[in-house]
Design a protein around this ligand. Structure first.
Ligand SMILES: Cc1cc2nc3c(=O)[nH]c(=O)nc-3n(C[C@H](O)[C@H](O)[C@H](O)COP(=O)(O)OP(=O)(O)OC[C@H]3O[C@@H](n4cnc5c(N)ncnc54)[C@H](O)[C@@H]3O)c2cc1C
Length: 581
């Protein structure tokens, strides 16, 4: 028998559910402002209708389908043969997979890559899609986007004619999809240990033989595969990269065999397998001796951007869940959102997703400049540094943010049927490790700075962001960030003076301060733009919360008379623009 109290509690939860945004784009004033600033009014207006349509689909149909597809019993399963026993090496999906794919591809997310200069718009769609976590399709989008970029940049005309056009379009059923198979069992980070053999056939093709240990999106039509041509040197220098069509001209599978489907903690509606190649026909992509360079610069440096934008979308969704719950759940006679400890948790979520959004879209804008040949050498160097820093930082913070949001929902936060948060949390663990682990990325940044001096353009670029900030309301935080940038430069100098082993021990500390500085500088630049236009913006308070948490030396909230007001204000920022039913 339901008591009055239970009925009231359930009614409150129903109001909470109904209060959540039904459109992740129109509910996101921050995203709209970020896009308008980067794209300019005319381009923003051109893309607004599509983003509005897609933002509604992600918050409604796609949300529902992703949830159903992730239920136990609905996960992908191996379906290796067709009805009459021919090998197909396919994975079978729940019907929602197709439905979702049709909507996602129809958003033009990949079609936008037909012409250079649309990465920001593409990332806006991807950020929205990621409100549902990986959702079975984000990996496919990321892999296909990287393959498109590699083919466009280093593909021969014949390779482009055969492989590029089928990847770029809006029809999920008829377009081809890409996958990336780099990792082998003996080591993923240590790519130079890759051993898959590539035998030259003398006719422009190679035959691949060997294992790949992590192969996601295995139903793809084209695999980008890293392998070692026979006779090539060891290490990364001897690696080549190939495009491998799934099917041969006669429709049979192209010399690959799935060993098993991996049973994963997260991204469970994405099929990831272990796979053997046995004489697969492969086409070299770019110069044979530049496989590692091609893969890092064109493929990984694309998917690392997408990974980070995904984390920003996941964080934004977690913040919405937490903030809306806090506004409706009552405990001890008032809504929990009135309690400072809850406000603090939600404010942390809000400031982190806002920072991740700033750095993700700044990178997207830089990539647009690079793709259209308008990026200076400095800007290219900044992209190289920031894409690695940002992949690291946003995935670490993403897990933390989802965890904080789960805490706000209490025990309900751990329940799969209650909210999206458990799925987001599981997906975040994967987003942390693929496309480069934390240590590997931080060490890469440190090496790039020490070996190639890339800290110089990076520091200059942060200085330029700060120079554009003149509003008195931002002056205090600007000064803190400027001095943190100096501390970052000083830390690099101190680390460089250490032994090689000691240098490695501090790579993450360096990455932390540099990413925090970059995100804070970008947030300040955004806030200046919003203030210049007289927009009602929560960003100055969000920046203060972010800067105090990460960059202000010796900051103690106890000594900060504005702390209570700020966490209350910032915690409400995620909801301020939401559009309840
Ligand atoms: C669900 C899922 C799907 C995936 N799908 C794909 C896919 O489709 N294609 C693909 O190619 N890969 C895929 N991966 C693999 C992923 O990219 C690798 O797991 C990742 O690159 C790390 O490699 P590893 O697992 O071999 O870890 P390792 O390289 O063995 O690393 C183990 C630990 O050692 C640390 N470490 C390594 N070297 C150093 C060092 N020099 N200093 C300090 N620490 C170090 C790492 O940071 C990490 O913490 C997938 C992974 C997952 C989880």
């Amino acid at each position: 028998m339901t008591t009055d109290a239970a009925a009231q509690g359930r009614a409150n939860l129903a109001v909470w559910e109904a209060s959540k945004p039904v459109n992740f784009f129109t509910a996101d004033a921050n995203l709209q402002s970020v896009l308008r600033r980067i794209l300019g009014d005319a381009a923003y207006v051109r893309t607004e209708a599509n983003l509005t349509r897609f933002g509604g689909q992600v918050a409604t149909a796609l949300d529902q389908w992703a949830r159903e597809e992730d239920l136990i019993g609905n996960h992908p399963r191996l379906d290796r043969y067709d009805g009459i026993g021919r090998r197909t090496e396919q994975v079978a999906f729940h019907p929602n997979h197709e439905r979702a794919g049709a909507l996602i591809w129809a958003s033009d997310m990949l079609a936008l890559q037909a012409e250079p200069g649309h990465i920001v718009e593409q990332m806006a769609l991807f950020y929205l899609l990621s409100h549902n976590g990986e959702g079975g399709h984000c990996c496919s989008i990321a892999c296909t986007a990287g393959l498109i970029r590699a083919l466009q940049t280093v593909g021969s005309e014949s390779l482009k004619a055969r492989f590029l056009a089928p990847l770029v379009g809006s029809n999920f059923d008829t377009m081809q999809h890409g996958a990336q198979f780099l990792t082998e069992i003996q080591g993923g980070s240590d790519v130079g240990a890759n051993a898959l053999r590539a035998a030259d056939q003398g006719d422009g093709t190679f035959r691949l033989t060997g294992e790949k240990w992590f192969c996601s999106n295995v139903n793809a039509d084209q695999f980008l595969v890293m392998g070692r041509p026979e006779g090539a040197s060891s290490g990364t220098r001897g690696l080549a990269v190939f495009v491998v069509p799934r099917l041969l001209d006669d429709g049979s599978t192209n010399g690959f065999f799935i060993r098993r489907l991996k049973d994963k903690l997260g991204t469970r509606t994405l099929a990831s397998v272990e796979l053997d190649f046995d004489g697969a026909v492969a086409y070299p992509l770019g110069p044979l001796d530049q496989g590692f360079k091609t893969t890092v610069e064109l493929v990984l440096n694309t998917s690392r951007l997408l990974n980070a934008v995904s984390c920003a979308g996941v964080m934004r969704r977690a913040a919405i869940e937490a903030a809306s719950y806090a506004a409706h759940r009552t405990a001890f006679g008032q809504v929990i959102g009135a309690y400072p400890l809850v406000q603090e948790a939600v404010a942390d979520c809000v400031s982190e997703y806002t920072a991740a959004t700033a750095s993700g879209f700044a990178l997207a804008a830089l990539l647009d400049l690079m793709e259209t040949g308008r990026a200076s050498e400095d800007q290219q160097a900044v992209y190289r540094v920031l894409v690695n820093l940002n992949k690291y930082a946003t995935s670490v913070r993403g897990s933390h943010v989802v965890h904080r949001a789960i805490e706000v929902l209490g025990g309900n936060g751990a329940i799969e049927s209650f909210s999206v948060l458990p799925r987001l949390y599981r997906d975040m663990v994967v987003l942390e490790s693929w496309e480069g682990t934390h240590n590997v990325l931080c060490l890469q940044v440190q090496r790039d700075m020490q070996r190639y001096g890339l800290h110089k353009p990076f520091l200059r670029w942060m200085g330029e962001r700060l120079d554009s900030v003149t509003a008195p309301a931002l002056a205090q935080e600007r000064a803190v960030v400027a001095s943190a940038v100096e501390r970052g430069a000083d830390l690099l100098a101190r680390i460089t003076a250490l032994s090689r082993t000691a240098q490695q021990a501090h790579a993450r500390r360096l990455a932390d301060i540099l990413t925090d500085c970059a995100q804070a500088a970008l947030l300040l630049e955004e806030a200046q733009w919003e203030l210049d236009r007289g927009l009602a913006t929560a960003k100055p308070q969000i920046i203060a919360h972010f800067v105090n948490a990460h960059l202000r030396p010796g900051y103690d909230p106890l000594d900060d008379p504005g702390y209570l007001d700020r966490i209350r204000f910032v915690s409400e920022a995620a909801l301020r623009d939401a559009d309840p039913v």
